[in-house]
Structure formats: structure tokens, C-alpha cells
Design a protein around this ligand. Sequence first.
Ligand code: TPP
Ligand code: MG
Length: 320
Amino acid sequence: MTYSKDFLVKVYRDLAELRMFEEKLVEAYAQGKVPGHIHSGMGEEAVYAGTLATTKDGDYYKITHRPVGAAVTLGVSYETAFSEAMGKSTGNSGGRGGINHISELSKGMLGFSGSLGCDAAVGPGAALKIKKDKTDNIVYVYYGDGTSSRGPIHEAMNLAAVWKLPVLFICQNNQFGISTHISRGSSVENPGADRAAGYGMPSKIVDGTDALAVYEATKELVDDIRKGNGPAILEAKAYRWRGHFEGDQTPYRDAKITEEWMKKDCVKIMEKYLLDKKVVTEDEIKAINDELNDEMNKAIEFADNSPAITADEIYDNIYA
Ligand SMILES: Cc1ncc(C[n+]2csc(CCOP(=O)(O)OP(=O)(O)O)c2C)c(N)n1
Ligand SMILES: [Mg+2]
């Protein structure tokens, strides 16, 4: 496939932005600025940067808890995202939702439940609207390898397949659900792709550390879904570099394997591709990263200086 410089730089920028957002979040967490806990998605950024390079206006998204920086890829401002993570009134839920709830419907984001998988059918629900409107939009539904065995995911897949709804299910296979390796949670090797046959869906498996490979595999499936041919599953293989949460010392896995995976750094892989092909210079790479760094530091300062949610406000906008 041939790519324009603009396209390649955009994919690189998305990767670098996701990585930096995750790094800054880990740093803010270590400084005690983030209430609750965070789930670093470092190492898995190409799954989002690659798939989201295939979107068009009017598409919908159900992202997961990892990496939450996907929300900024989808257009949530740094100020809003850091503020929400830090429990500040300037966050998109006024600081009530916190890290897992950085979401804006105006950007096509359908929200996220902390009870993993239970809201999977919200994706097919939005896809039903698209089908009734007769547009060629689609819904991107992300889920982890651990979540892949939950019942509601399979009900959502069945419904999408029976009604031929425009949904791309994306299994982010980072090989662990907290401390449980996928081999202990799934009877098949590929918990995303191998299960597609059960619903008569097409599927693809891709190296989730190679953003362009992810893009190409996604594009093939997405082009077909946009034509009205029904849902599909993409399984992207990557690895969770850090613990399940910050402070998890990962005694349940071999540090050498983690080190090997960390050599497959999706940001560096893309950077090397751009430099080898002379698409950009080292200076251009530096300029992109300097700009991201400046903007994010300003956003963190903004969040630092924003008022925290008060005890009186906690129950505002909550309905029972
Ligand atoms: C229904 C439900 N059960 C258990 C949990 C606790 N939990 C939080 S994250 C997680 C691991 C999920 O693994 P996976 O789907 O592979 O996503 P990953 O964390 O690896 O990105 C679990 C079990 C939850 N949030 N919801
Ligand atoms: Mg996982």
C-alpha cells in the first residue's frame, strides 16, 4: 500500500500522543494527583492508532479502560481528559467519572462501563441506528482478551451478526486479564478471531505493535462493513508493558518476556519506518514530540489549577 506523507505523519502523531498521554498519566498518578487507580496502556497504542486511521465522520466508538488516551485520539481535549482523570470540575463528567469515563458523545464516543463487557450491546444498538439511517458509518467496539469470554460480548456479536449490523469488534489481545494469562482463560489460541466462525463473521489477526499493519487489516474489514456486509472481528496481538494497575509488581509473569515485547515498541517501529523511508527528518519527529509535550504540560497545569469536585456536588446529575 502507498501512503501520503500527511497520512503517515498523522498515524505517527497519534501514536506519539497516545504514548505521551499514558506517560504523563503515570507520572501524575505517581505524584498522587489521580484518585483511584489507572490502567496503563503503554505498548498497545498501535491498536488504536491503526484502527482509528480508518474512521469517518459519523462513526461511533466504544473504547475500553486501556489505553484511555484513545479518548484524546477521538478528539477529547487534553484539558478535559486530564481534568477528569484528576477529579476536577473541568473534566467531561465534572470529575465524577474519573479515568475510565473520559467520553464525549459529540465525538461519537458511546461511553464505558467499569463492569467489563456488560454494555457491549450498546455498540450494536448504535449500529442499528446507522442501519436505519442508511449511511455507511460503522461502530468500533473494543474489548480485551479477558473480556472476550464474557457472555454479553457474545450476545452483542450474535445480535450484530443476525441483523447484519455495521460493527467492527476489536479484540485487544494483550495476553492478560489482570494476572491471568489468556491460555488459562480461553480454550482457543486466538480469543477474538477463532470465535468469529461461531457467528459467521470474517476476522483477521494482526501484529498489534505495527500501526500500519493494523491499519491495513482494519481497512479491509471496515471497507466490507461499510458496504453493508455485516460485522467482523479484528484481533490485535500486543502486550501490556506495565502492571494491570500502577503498583502491580507482576509476580505472575516472566520479566524477560516483558522485556522482549518492549523491544517491539510501536512508536519506535513507526518512527524508524518514517526515517528509513525519508518521509520525515529527525527534526520533524522532535518538533512533533515537543509540541505534544508543551500542550500536555499546559493541560496538566490547567487541571492542577482547576477546582476539585466537592462532596456536595458528587450526586449532581445522577439519576436513580
Ligand atoms: C464484569 C467485570 N469483572 C471483573 C472486573 C475486574 N477487572 C477489571 S480489568 C480486568 C481485566 C480485563 O482483562 P482484559 O479484558 O484482557 O483487558 P485488559 O485489562 O487486559 O486491557 C478485570 C477482570 C470488571 N471490571 N468487570
Ligand atoms: Mg487483556
